[in-house]
Design a protein around this ligand. Structure first.
Ligand code: NDP
Length: 293
């Protein structure tokens, strides 16, 4: 029999999580600060809780997904915290590794089993094969709820350090936002000559898919610290190419500010004598302890 689940927070994501558990046949209790968001789920079979404490009392497994950690702690007032004792809280709210570690310490103090997590999906992807979720915290706690959590998407355990899921989540989002910046800049460049985004899209999508192999290629160089062997595309050549695309943008009156910091890093690395090295060498300028201002 599917285990009972409580969902706290019914924003776009919490609603998708609750809908996924309902569809999988789990008795699902829901609570949200603004009560109106409960109605659609209740119509689909969810159980309404009158307070956060009542929601917690309904299930051994409580999943929270709200805007941020301060919101979570606002919701978990004294009554809800007392009721959580002896139960499991899985917090899928986006936040910092330090917030996750502080919340794990708070949970331990209140005898709450705690997993911190990150959702690598947008709401329509939840419970589809495309969704994966990152978890950190005690292995046995995850094992106890693995089947239930698996409803939402692929389960990845990133270790017992409660901050680990948040760290990895933020790292994946960092890669995504870098990609978003490039995509928007690319559309702005062709738009400046009257080319629609839709007509660039198939080529851009194909190119970015091919270039995703850079992740493994650079990871190997970064871990070995050797950015100067097996170089296919030397940095000096790339810096010249980047200067060209920035100049093309400027000629067309496009704002190229997003590219400027990358170009500055490339120039510094070339000036340091690594013009024939790989672009992965920029890591040495970015990483902790390397900021030169
Ligand atoms: P929404 O903005 O849609 O919902 C925010 C939720 O937080 C609502 O339930 C809201 O309650 C609640 N909330 C905000 N402030 C408070 C507060 N002070 N006290 C109580 N409740 C509060 O956000 P999402 O559902 O999209 O996101 C939720 C989490 O999921 C975030 O951490 C987000 O980063 C993460 N996430 C979201 C993704 C997405 O694409 N949407 C993708 C991956 C992760 P109320 O309805 O009363 O305002």
């Amino acid at each position: 029999r599917p285990a009972p689940v409580t969902i706290i927070g019914l924003g776009a994501m919490g609603t998708a999580l609750a809908a996924a558990f309902l569809a999988a046949g789990h008795p699902t209790t829901v609570w949200n600060r603004s009560p109106a968001k409960v109605e659609a789920l209740v119509a689909r079979g969810a159980l309404r809780a009158g307070s956060a404490a009542d929601a917690v009392a309904a299930s051994e497994l409580v999943i929270a997904c709200v805007l941020d950690y301060p919101a979570l702690h606002e919701i978990l007032d004294d009554a809800a915290t007392d009721t959580l004792a002896g139960r499991t809280l899985v917090n899928l709210t986006n936040g910092l590794p330090t917030q996750a570690r502080d919340t794990a310490a708070w949970a331990a103090k209140h005898d709450i089993a705690y997993l911190d997590g990150g959702i690598m999906a947008v709401p329509p992807m939840v419970a589809t094969p495309a969704a994966f979720l990152l978890y950190s915290g005690p292995r046995d706690v995850l094992a106890a709820h693995r089947a239930t959590l698996g409803v939402l998407g692929e389960v990845h355990h990133l270790g017992e350090d409660p901050g680990s899921a948040a760290l990895h989540d933020l790292a994946l989002l960092t890669g995504m936002y870098g990609m978003f910046a490039g995509i928007l800049q690319a559309f702005a460049l062709v738009d400046s000559e009257g080319v629609s985004a839709a007509s660039l899209a198939p080529l851009l999508s194909r190119w970015l898919t091919d270039m995703a192999s850079s992740v493994d290629f650079y990871a190997h160089k970064i871990d070995s610290g050797d950015h100067d062997s097996d170089v296919v595309s030397p940095l000096a050549m790339q810096a010249t190419g980047l200067a060209n695309l920035a100049q093309a943008g400027r000629d067309q009156g496009v704002d190229v500010e997003l590219l400027a910091p990358l170009y500055d890093l490339m120039r510094r690395r070339v000036a340091d004598g690594h013009g024939q090295g790989d672009v992965s060498g920029l890591f040495e300028l970015i990483k902790r302890g390397s900021a030169t201002g």
